[in-house]
Write a protein that binds this ligand. Structure first.
Ligand SMILES: *Cc1c(COP(=O)(O)O)cnc(C)c1O
Length: 388
């Protein structure tokens, strides 16, 4: 049976050359980077070289990059760490309703320990409101966090505008750029953000490694306490092979970014048009143009997303409903809810996310099996058959 992977927003396969540099590193630079001997020194040098290469791609200074165990930890460090360090100025934080759980749950935690949080709305296109941000800022606001590109819809947020508003108000601005890296240009100077999160496994690097950019002069309290690693901001022995792998993966993703963007825009346009034409009663969730093209979130009226996923899986096609973290629960996506999508439609939403190995043939195959699956599920669906 054909195997078609269309879940690149959940994670990506590692590039062979990334695996190779990691293997070499594990064999040769196994020393503890904190050790004084030269075996440790080689590991330390490998980390610092990787730090420089990663910083160069996002326009940062190497001293502004802090390695973490992934996007989740980078988000936690940014929101909680900056909020704690500014607590004497105020306890009001702002984020949006469509953030990844790494930010939303960090915000909920901060509420439990005495902070106040405003959650910004978005419009039907999935774009967070800049005006609402302006109105939400208060004298005691200290940190704002809004993501660069949404993981469920691919919709790109007006980060440069939001960061400028916060800069003027003297408020720290963080963006979760995990879904943007490797898919669009990401430059911390151009965006003028104070903090930015990245995660290697979303750009064909290893899982369990990420980084937080923290602009020079911005103070962030650590979330993990221990040794003096990462200039006292993140304790724990560095994951040298993963760090080296991340640098390699980011360089590759950056080199392929423009050609892949072009290729995936064409593939995704083809896919959206064909599915809408062949299945019927399908909605594209989120703006069609202001999007990472490789993310296609479609609602199929009258069917359960879970049922579609299982049926496609039997045909060898891997997709997901919204985010990986919310799967397994029957809760409709918080992102689609914030976009005011009818809950019944949201229940039947599927995220098709494409990437480097996606081909036109794979999409043709997917389109060839989809109408039968949806028709069969619709025939069994009371909700669908009662609706008109
Ligand atoms: C995947 C993802 C994360 C979490 O990153 P991990 O490295 O898996 O912890 C955070 N934010 C967004 C937008 C993501 O897509």
């Amino acid at each position: 049976m054909k195997q078609v992977y269309l879940d690149y927003n959940a994670t990506t396969p590692m590039d062979e050359s990334v695996i190779e540099v990691m293997r070499q590193n594990m064999l040769e630079n196994y020393g503890n980077p904190s050790s004084v001997h030269s075996c440790g020194g080689r590991a330390k040098a490998a980390i610092e070289e990787a730090r420089e290469r990663i910083a160069a791609i996002i326009g940062a200074d190497p001293s502004e990059m802090y390695f973490t165990s992934g996007g989740t930890e980078a988000d936690n460090l940014a929101l909680k760490g900056a909020a704690w360090s500014k607590r004497r100025k105020g306890v009001h934080l702002i984020t949006s309703k469509i953030e990844h759980h790494a930010i939303l749950e960090s915000a909920h935690f901060m509420e439990r320990v005495g902070f106040n949080v405003t959650y910004l709305n978005c419009n039907r296109d999935g774009v967070v409101s800049v005006d609402e941000l302006r109105q939400a800022l208060k004298p005691d606001t200290t940190v704002v966090s809004v993501m660069l590109a949404n993981n469920e819809t691919g919709v790109i947020q007006p980060i440069r505008e939001m960061a400028a508003i916060c800069r003027e108000a003297g408020v720290l601005f963080h963006t979760d750029a995990v879904q943007g890296l490797g898919k669009m240009e990401v430059n911390v100077k151009d965006l003028d953000v104070d903090m930015l999160s990245l995660s290697a496994h979303k750009f064909y690097g290893p899982k369990g490694i990420g980084a937080l950019y923290i602009r020079k002069g911005v103070r962030v309290m650590p979330v993990l306490h221990g040794g003096s690693h990462e200039r006292h901001k993140r304790a724990g022995t560095e994951n040298t092979p993963a760090i080296v792998g991340m640098a390699r993966a980011l360089e590759l993703a950056d080199a392929k970014r423009e050609s892949e963007h072009q290729r995936l825009t064409e593939l995704s346009d083809y896919f959206i048009d064909e599915v809408i034409a062949q299945v019927g009663e399908v909605n594209l969730n989120g703006s069609r143009d202001n999007r990472i093209p490789s993310t296609v979130n479609l609602s199929f009226k009258g069917v359960e997303g879970e049922a579609i996923i299982l049926s496609l899986d039997l045909k060898g096609i891997a997709v997901s409903s919204g985010s990986a973290c919310a799967s397994g629960t029957l809760m409709a996506s918080h992102v689609l809810a914030a976009m005011d999508i009818d809950p019944l439609l949201a229940q039947g939403s599927i995220r098709f996310s494409m990437g480097r190995q996606t081909t036109r043939e794979q999409l043709e195959y997917t389109i060839s099996v989809l109408p039968d699956i949806i028709n069969r599920l619709r025939n069994m669906s009371a909700a669908y058959n009662q609706s008109d």
